[in-house]
Design a protein around this ligand. Structure first.
Ligand SMILES: NC(=O)c1ccc[n+]([C@@H]2O[C@H](COP(=O)([O-])OP(=O)(O)OC[C@H]3O[C@@H](n4cnc5c(N)ncnc54)[C@H](OP(=O)(O)O)[C@@H]3O)[C@@H](O)[C@H]2O)c1
Length: 260
């Protein structure tokens, strides 16, 4: 899909990958609608012509308002980028259920809720692209982020199913699987703390701008899955071909070794 002139709604756009997406899509001539909780940050990102809808995306009313306001302002919605998300570190067996529920509300149910609002609008024009920002952890489970990985596996699977369900409506879906992106992700976690052995990891490390560029190219090419950086595919393929070896390496990193 050509991005110029299209209306793009980006969740989690107040910082990190979402804010970078706003910059990259705006520079390509898209009209911006941005949402997250921090309104002041969103205003900086949206610029004079962009639409800001502030609120907590785990609230169905906020999701409805974000889509309705977008359609009211711009008359349509062409691209939805479900980017808002957060991590949860720590041992799965000890994870507080309340934190796990919040993780799934944000990483899975909020994107699903946004999709349920956006699809009827896109169907009306028989055109649309839905981008779900998952993670490399949606391809290979990271044991320091097991429940996060599970939420992103679910998001990935949902994106694949939706592609088949919605193709006849002219709507395409893309899963984005970034490696390590330099953002405040590790500070903005829902719970737990980052093990020393993975903090500042250098595996597949990229900037938010590089990630956003890859997302824009994925939309232009209507890719199925964007793994960014592309070197991440080596890790994904190793995980498929040699799962026990990759598990053993990840287990060593979790319990003692450095990730560099
Ligand atoms: N950074 C990485 O290494 C990495 C790697 C793979 C995948 N990802 C994925 O990429 C996406 C973006 O991550 P990031 O690194 O850019 O993280 P980030 O810098 O922490 O940004 C997260 C964004 O989500 C928003 N957000 C969080 N909770 C929200 C809520 N309840 N309601 C509305 N908005 C909410 C935040 O805005 P407010 O605080 O203003 O609400 C912020 O704009 C996430 O889905 C993450 O899982 C990140």
């Amino acid at each position: 899909m050509e991005i110029r002139g299209k209306v793009v709604l980006i969740t989690g756009a107040s910082e990190g990958i979402g804010a970078a997406c706003a910059q990259v899509f705006g520079a390509r001539g898209a009209m911006l609608s941005v949402t997250a909780r921090r309104e002041d940050k969103l205003r900086e990102v949206a610029g004079a012509d962009g639409l800001v809808t502030a609120g907590d995306l785990t609230d169905p009313a906020v999701r409805r308002r974000a889509v309705e306001e977008t359609v009211r302002r711009f008359g349509r919605l062409d691209i939805l980028i479900n980017n808002a998300g957060a991590g949860l570190y720590g041992a799965t067996a000890d994870a507080p259920m309340e934190q796990v529920r919040r993780l799934y509300e944000l990483n899975l149910f909020a994107p699903l809720g946004m999709i349920q609002q956006a699809v009827p609008v896109m169907r009306g024009r028989r055109e649309g692209v839905i981008v779900n920002v998952a993670s490399i952890a949606a391809k290979v489970t990271l044991p320091w982020l097991t429940l996060y990985s599970a939420s992103k596996y679910a998001l990935h699977s949902m994106t694949d199913g939706l592609r088949m369900e919605l193709r006849r409506d002219g709507i395409h879906t893309i899963t984005v699987c970034p490696g390590y992106v330099s953002t405040a992700f590790q500070q903005n976690v829902l719970g737990g703390s980052v093990p020393e052995s993975v903090r500042e990891g250098k595996w597949f490390r990229i900037t938010a701008g590089e990630c956003a560029e890859a997302i824009a190219r994925g939309v232009e090419r209507e890719s199925r899955t964007v793994v960014v950086p592309r070197a991440g595919w080596a890790f994904v393929i190793a995980g498929r071909l040699f799962p026990s070896l990759v598990d053993a390496r990840l287990e060593r990193i979790l319990f003692r070794g450095p990730s560099r």
